[in-house]
Write a protein that binds this ligand. Structure first.
Ligand SMILES: [Zn+2]
Length: 509
């Protein structure tokens, strides 16, 4: 923890203490034990994680580390390690781990950062690894919690300036991605702070992955939304994702993953990857939340709100694009299909903000790298295939120097976001054939982009990053239920945003 964006961390107000206690009584009851892993809160100057079978209170110390101040029963945050449930066989041998078997990586820091935001909930409910959301169409893959498999994203770094280490048994955090890319590019550090490139930065440079004697001219980032890292590495090793395998061979992949920030959901972590800050410090707190000060619901992760979602960044938060421009005033950066695009010279979402729509194919039939078998029955697969195809189209145009009648120089930094993997891994679960098809299709798409850099004659001057925004965990379709039903039945008045952010004393919505 190097920087806090807000000086007004959220604490449970005294006025809502009784409601919170009533809610905790319901949430921690044995009848919800299968679906509620734990509940987090911030009160009396401490953070707490409370589970059915035990609780822990902890606080930040002056040096930025954490200390437990009270434990009763089983400490729900006892295991914060990152090395379990990998590789794939090990993950599959331990399906939907109970909290006593699970690990919650960097849990103290993750819970504390969330409550640093003024819009933090009064209670944050973490669903269990097994929980299957009926409301989400009974998807077999889930994320959002702090459990290891839901938090664990793949991270591959490759190309010029990256050491060739292959798949290594270690982890990092998603907030480390932005400072590491800045260091790889050779961006100027802020002031005399070695390793600090972004005004609000929680992450640190993964120095030992970099070759200090080589600097790429361009860094290209690929984000495969919602990709289970064990599944991705396994497919690369089996020849099913040859372009991902090529990147791993050209550089390094973190076998234990890059751990997402709490909540381990899309918009919060896209923004963490590109700003180097935790959600509670960059301001895009969740896919949806309640803003007490403005007395309104905020929705960031929907196709209607993506173009404007970055208005919720806290003042002063910077992206990789800002760090690049501060270093090279004339550098060109591009952000393809990525809602966290602040500071980019080219962004897909500029089209929407200008009231235009980029040329979206009407349907995915006949598009390259599109598995027809899943496009037909699955609406989500179909839509994501079209969107991701459109992203490749933009990237190829930019690399070739021209897209939609505008000319572009070679980008210093380009970010390309792909959505298909998330749609497919939710729908079928991470081990399904539809999930595998989504990885194959996405691998083919990044292959097109790699080839375009080769055609442009600059491939050897490039470095590449591949990451996801969170993990994806197989759940148990028999483990259903909704704590909001139990809360209502008990007469507890709470507003629940994005499945787990509970607010008291605000309209139910
Ligand atoms: Zn996502």
């Amino acid at each position: 923890m190097e920087q806090t964006a807000t000086t007004h961390p959220h604490q449970l107000p005294d006025a809502h203490r009784a409601e919170a206690e009533a809610a905790l009584e319901v949430l921690l009851d044995s009848s919800l034990d299968r679906i509620v892993d734990m509940v987090c809160t911030s009160r009396d100057g401490a953070y707490e994680a409370l589970a059915h079978d035990g609780r822990v209170a902890f606080r930040r110390t002056a040096d930025g580390s954490y200390e437990r101040i009270a434990v009763s029963g089983r400490d729900p945050l006892a295991d914060q390690t990152t090395a379990k449930f990998t590789p794939l066989a090990d993950e599959r041998a331990n399906p939907f781990p109970h909290r006593s078997e699970n690990a919650y990586p960097h849990a103290f820091d993750q819970i504390a950062q969330l409550f640093d935001a003024p819009a933090a909930p009064d209670l944050c409910v973490l669903h269990s690894a097994a929980h299957n959301w009926e409301d989400q169409g009974g998807h077999l893959g889930e994320h959002g919690s702090l459990g290891l498999v839901q938090a664990r994203a793949p991270f591959v770094l490759a190309g010029k300036g990256v050491r060739k280490l292959g798949l290594v048994p270690r982890s990092a955090r998603l907030v480390d991605v932005a400072p590491t890319i800045c260091a790889l590019l050779g961006c100027a550090p802020l002031g005399d702070h070695d390793g600090k490139f972004l005004a609000v930065q929680d992450g640190r440079v993964l120095t030992d992955l970099l070759d200090p004697d080589e600097r790429p001219r361009t860094v290209v980032g690929f984000l495969f939304d919602g990709t289970n890292s064990n599944v991705l590495y396994d497919m690369a090793a089996r020849g099913e994702a040859p372009n991902v395998a090529r990147l791993i061979e050209m550089g390094v992949a973190l076998g234990h993953g890059a751990l997402a920030s709490l909540p381990t959901v899309t918009l919060a972590n896209h923004t963490s990857i590109i700003t180097g800050a935790h959600p509670g410090h960059h301001g895009v707190l969740n896919n949806a939340w309640y803003d007490r000060a403005a007395a309104e619901q905020v929705i960031t992760n929907s196709s209607a709100t993506w173009p404007w979602s970055m208005q919720h960044l806290f003042p002063g938060v910077e992206t990789i694009h800002h760090a690049v421009h501060r270093t090279w005033g004339d550098a060109f950066t591009a952000s393809v299909n990525e809602p966290c695009d602040t500071g980019a010279d080219y962004s897909t979402f500029d089209f929407f903000r200008r009231g235009e729509v980029p040329p979206i194919p009407k349907d995915p039939f006949g598009l390259p790298h599109t598995t027809e078998r899943f496009v037909r029955p699955s609406k989500d697969y179909s839509w994501s295939s079209v969107v991701d195809h459109m992203g490749v189209d933009q990237a190829l145009g930019i690399i070739a120097g021209n897209y939609r009648d505008a000319s572009y120089p070679t980008p210093r930094f380009m970010w390309c976001n792909f959505t298909l993997t998330d749609a497919a891994m939710h729908e079928g679960g991470p081990y399904s054939e539809v999930a595998a098809a989504s990885v194959r299709d996405s691998d083919g798409r990044i292959g097109e982009i790699l080839s375009a850099f080769e055609r442009a004659g600059v491939f050897d001057e490039c470095a590449f990053a591949l990451v996801a925004d969170h993990g994806m965990e197989q759940n148990d379709p028999t483990c259903r239920g909704d704590w909001d039903v139990a809360l209502r039945a008990a007469g507890v008045e709470a507003r629940d945003e994005a499945y787990g952010f509970l607010y008291f004393g605000v309209p139910r919505g």
